[in-house]
Design a binder for this molecule. Structure first.
Ligand SMILES: [Zn+2]
Length: 491
């Protein structure tokens, strides 16, 4: 599916170069070969949006959505391309990230929103992302082993209210992995300074935020790239951005603000980290309290949970499992739909019962896609993907659990797939069912002291202390004066 997307995209790009030739870059003013017309950029943003929504979900906080829209719109107006139909969203992901799609679609995760300590930090990153759009930076799609090797089945959507957006959930994941060249990143940092200053924010705050990113990147063992990982060294950026910010303010004297208290009050109550409602992993099990099921995760596998699907795979990327909602009124109907939708050749199928739930087990192969057929690529053990699918009825929902690998490795993986599927069962443990997310709580420091002393005087549990140091953008020994607003965490 990814290969297909690339091929289509490339053909389109070539067609457009021929049609359009040279165009003037709105930021640099230079003529350059432009791969996309404005209409094409807008079309790409529009096409990608549903898959972004299916992958992450929109964060349910109207005040926050209004805020990002208002600031984004104000900034777009003073940018080099004020006429694009910009759209701004906070998506429901704990990952610290922000990204822009051509055409003016800009996304911030709730994870990054939780880490800003004032509006100016947010505005700097907003300017950076709008900068990628206005300077027409073309993103490179980084392929991850997991997705590029066996990226064939795009999931249906677990959250029923999102049904129908399913198609390209994997494309959405790819969006998290967009990267730009270092030269483009530097140019966007400069634009971030310019745009955020123009709407009245102190861009030295943006520099400070790179300190937070540096701490996060030092601590991160996250499996998906975050905002900072494809970007230049944060320490270096911090210095440069600070310098550009001061230069801008000297050249354009005015009142540049940070708006700390307003920002902090706005994020009071925001969910921090994983929201257990969307499913969570603990002790090698995936639990879904809303849909009330659980299944195991093999030993050292890595995983990725999104509203549309749960994916997991061994680190070598040679096999993978995918859990999604299936469509149909019975397991038989759902199985037929899957076969049709993904153009599968069924090798065998049989009815089964999994811990009291009606099920069907299918073994199938993916038929070569159109175009590949022309090349007469013989189906062989190295390029044929074989899939074991368990279609499981659970309450009023039907799920599909796919285990896939290349044909020549299928037998050695099948037992692992099977042990996951056969341990799918009802979730009844009240401790898991009633799990509540952590939320950010804004408190006034009750005393003068170090951040650690202040957090302790607010009865902060020990396991939150390190996260709160990063969230507050302060070291534990940094001084905080009485009355200063600080972030704390509680259920
Ligand atoms: Zn960037």
């Amino acid at each position: 599916m990814k290969e297909y997307f690339k091929a289509k995209y490339l053909a389109l790009a070539i067609a457009l170069v021929l049609a359009q030739g040279c165009a003037r870059n709105p930021v640099t003013g230079k003529r350059e070969i432009s791969l996309m017309s404005t209409e094409q950029e807008i079309a790409i943003g529009k096409q990608s949006h549903p898959s972004v929504v299916a992958t992450f979900g929109i964060y349910d906080d109207q005040q926050l959505q209004n805020f990002i829209k208002a600031k984004g719109t104000a900034m777009a107006k003073i940018s080099h391309r004020p006429d694009l139909p910009y759209q701004f969203f906070v998506v429901d992901s704990p990952v610290v990230n922000a990204f822009a799609v051509p055409g003016g679609y800009v996304y911030f995760t709730r994870g990054i929103m939780a880490h800003f300590n004032n509006e100016a930090e947010f505005a700097g990153v907003l300017g950076h992302e709008i900068g990628h759009v206005t300077a027409r930076h073309s993103a490179r799609q980084q392929s991850s082993q997991l997705l590029s090797q066996i990226g064939l089945i795009a999931g249906l959507v677990l959250a029923p209210e999102l049904g129908g957006l399913a198609e390209a959930a994997q494309q959405g994941l790819g969006l998290l992995m967009l990267s730009y060249s270092r030269a483009h990143e530097t140019e966007s940092d400069k634009l971030g300074v310019e745009y955020s200053s123009k709407i009245g924010y102190d861009a030295t705050e943006m520099a400070d935020f790179f300190g937070t990113l540096k701490t996060l990147s030092d601590r991160s063992g996250q499996s998906i790239p975050t905002f900072q990982s494809t970007h230049p060294d944060p320490a270096n950026r911090e210095k440069k951005v600070n310098q550009w910010a001061l230069e801008y303010q000297k050249a354009h004297p005015g009142n540049y603000t940070a708006e700390r208290a307003d920002y902090l009050r706005m994020i009071e109550g925001m969910i921090y980290g994983n929201d257990p409602k969307q499913g969570f992993v603990e002790n090698n099990f995936f639990y879904h309290p809303e849909l009330k099921f659980q299944f195991p995760i093999p030993g050292t596998w890595i995983y990725e949970n999104s509203p549309s699907q749960f994916q997991m795979a061994p680190k070598d990327g040679k096999s993978m499992m995918l859990f999604t909602l299936a469509q149909g009124n019975t397991v038989e109907e759902a199985a037929q739909n899957i076969v049709k939708q993904f153009n599968l050749q069924v090798v065998e199928n049989q009815a089964a019962t999994i811990n009291g739930n009606r099920a069907m087990v299918l073994i199938s192969r993916q038929a070569p896609q159109e175009g590949q057929q022309q090349q007469q690529q013989a189906q062989n053990a190295n390029n044929t993907v074989q899939i074991a699918t368990w279609v499981i009825q659970h309450g009023s929902n039907i799920y599909a659990l796919h285990g896939m690998s290349y044909l020549n490795q299928f037998n050695s993986n099948f037992r692992t797939f099977q042990s996951v599927a056969e341990n799918f069962r009802n979730l009844t443990d009240p401790d898991k069912l009633n799990r509540k997310p952590d939320r950010i709580r804004i408190k006034a420091a009750p005393r003068d002291g170090t951040l650690l002393e202040v957090l302790q005087s607010l009865n902060t549990p020990a396991n939150y202390i390190n996260d709160l140091s990063v969230l507050n953008g302060l070291g534990l020994k940094d001084r905080v004066t009485r009355g200063t607003l600080v972030k704390t965490l509680s259920k």
